[in-house]
Design a protein around this ligand. Structure first.
Ligand code: HEC
Ligand code: HEC
Length: 221
């Protein structure tokens, strides 16, 4: 029936794709890069939305319950990156159920507004909460040469759609890097970069970026 084995395989895979195509879970599809939202953000509207968010993000020292790690700081984070991150939770390529549920309720305009609000908050540059040793920080600095192209020499990103890492909590950085490594967070750039790194290196990188002062809390006085 088929002229060659290749033709048979081609036909079979077309059939398979036709059957499975729409049913492939999102996690199995490569995560196309997300772009910042093009709508103008309104920080005055964002403040209202941020009430809910600050229940976790605005409480210094608050933890994700399981696994246990610090809720990330948003003060001093790039608005464009916050928009990219929220869209990632909304479409499911970032795997955190609570944040997925939060993001699912947000429209594009809401995302632009809440990002504008967090970006507008002034604050003192702070280091992240950390337990890494000075030696780990120094090792991390050495190994972070692989990261500076995008995240900057000291963890301030080279472009606004990329995250600032400086001053983020160490346990959160560790969790994020582990998620890229195990695919729970799908990203075309970070996934392949993390895949070959061992746990000790990932810990050193997290310690280094947490020790650079920048991101601050969004708690209101
Ligand atoms: C119940 C606590 C909780 C609430 C409420 C919450 N968040 Fe989060 N948020 C988290 C946790 C925990 C993470 C880290 C999730 C992960 O591991 O990916 C996170 C991650 C994020 C990130 C990614 C940060 C980064 O550096 O990548 C953004 C952006 C964010 N949240 C914004 C919001 C906004 C906006 C709201 C309100 C609409 C909100 N969050 C409400 C707990 C919360
Ligand atoms: C080619 C550019 C590029 C390079 C090089 C790069 N990153 Fe990233 N990084 C990104 C992008 C883009 C994201 C956001 C991905 C997403 O949307 O989840 C990111 C996200 C992250 C995050 C998550 C931050 C957060 O707030 O959730 C961490 C941590 C991180 N990178 C650490 C590193 C480390 C450590 C290195 C070096 C070993 C590195 N990156 C190298 C582009 C890069």
């Amino acid at each position: 029936m088929f002229a060659s084995k290749t033709a048979f395989l081609a036909a079979a895979s077309v059939t398979l794709a036709a059957v499975l195509g729409p049913n492939l879970s999102r996690a199995q599809q490569p995560a196309a890069p997300l772009a910042p939202i093009t709508l103008e953000g309104d920080a005055a509207r964002g403040v209202v939305l941020a009430e809910t968010c600050n229940g976790c993000h605005g409480v210094p020292g608050s933890h994700n319950a399981y696994p246990s790690y610090h809720v990330p700081k948003l003060g001093g984070q790039n608005a464009d990156y916050v928009e990219v991150a929220l869209q990632g939770y909304r479409r499911g390529t970032r795997g955190h159920e609570t944040m997925q549920a939060q993001a699912a309720t947000l429209s594009d305009q809401d995302i632009a507004d809440v990002a504008a609000y967090f970006a507008s908050l002034p604050g003192e540059a702070e280091v992240g909460r950390m337990s890494g040793t000075a030696l780990q920080v120094e090792e991390g600095r050495r190994k972070a040469t692989a990261c500076v192209q995008c995240h900057g020499q000291e963890g301030i990103a080279a472009a606004a759609q990329w995250p600032n890492l400086a001053g983020q909590h160490e346990s959160y950085l560790l969790e994020a890097l582990t998620q890229y490594k195990n695919g729970q967070r799908a990203d075309m750039l970070m996934g392949p970069l993390m895949a070959p790194l061992d746990d000790a290196t990932i810990e050193e990188l997290a310690a280094f970026f947490a020790a650079q002062p920048h991101l601050h809390n969004t708690a209101r006085p």
